[in-house]
Design a protein around this ligand. Structure first.
Ligand SMILES: [Zn+2]
Ligand SMILES: [Zn+2]
Length: 242
């Protein structure tokens, strides 16, 4: 029955490439050409933040300079894309362009990148958006991505595990220390959801990781509420030298 409906939907709305609009056959949302032109992160990465690193792994944990200088409160992190070129356009369309359907293939890309950091009994939670911003934007793109990652991995999702109690101003243009100062205390575990994260591993999901200050505030909120370990997953990672 469901299969029939699905087939009927696809006949009316055949999947189109997110890059060029050509018809595509897979759920991954991009045709071969656009796939090659999209900056997917592959190969050796920093275990903490997922930024690509030069060289091969020697079996030891490797981290980028940033993560070594400022140890992260979370265990490991990954990102599907580098925040440049086409990846940037996809994220801006998801965020501001009212294209929530982009979350479905994006969740598949993220689940693929997250494979090495997935754990049993992990719970997925999005980075929260303050309700005043939610009202302006109509949907929280991180929550959509979290649902999509949950769908792709089979892990449970708790959309309101974390709440943002203070409306924080836009963080763009601030340095890491300024961002952290603003966010500390602004993000908390939801009092009625807290029980879901006690002694469990949490996978935090966001659209873009820049300095990691938002993930850090969320990770601290989870750990304060009794989570076992926290892992982070972004659709795209901003690399400093790009
Ligand atoms: Zn294409
Ligand atoms: Zn790193």
């Amino acid at each position: 029955m469901w299969q029939k409906i699905q087939t009927a939907i696809e006949a009316i709305y055949p999947p189109r490439c997110l890059g060029c609009g050509d018809l595509v056959t897979s759920d991954f949302g991009l045709c071969g050409t656009c796939w090659r032109d999209t900056p997917f992160i592959e190969g050796t990465v920093c275990e903490s933040c997922g930024v690509p690193l030069i060289g091969a792994t020697d079996g030891h944990r490797i981290e980028c300079d940033d993560c070594m200088i400022h140890p992260r409160p979370w265990k490991d992190g990954r990102a599907a894309l580098l925040y440049t070129g086409r990846a940037r356009r996809i994220i801006l369309a998801l965020k501001h362009g009212d294209r929530p359907e982009l979350a479905r293939p994006a969740g598949l890309w993220m689940a693929r990148a997250a494979k090495p950091i997935l754990r049993d009994r992990m719970i997925i939670a999005p980075v929260p958006l303050h309700w005043t911003r939610l009202a302006r934007r109509r949907y929280n793109q991180s929550a959509l991505l979290a649902q999509s990652v949950g769908h792709a991995t089979g892990l449970p999702v708790c959309p309101d595990l974390l709440v943002r109690s203070v409306a924080t101003p836009m963080l763009e243009g601030m340095n890491a220390a300024q961002r952290e100062a603003l966010l500390t205390g602004a993000i908390k575990a939801h009092p009625r959801r807290k029980h879901r994260l006690i002694a469990r591993n949490v996978l935090l999901v966001d659209d873009v990781m820049t300095s990691g200050a938002t993930f850090a505030a969320c990770a601290r909120a989870c750990l304060d509420a009794g989570a076992n370990q926290v892992f982070v997953l972004a659709l795209a990672r901003v690399a400093h030298d790009t």
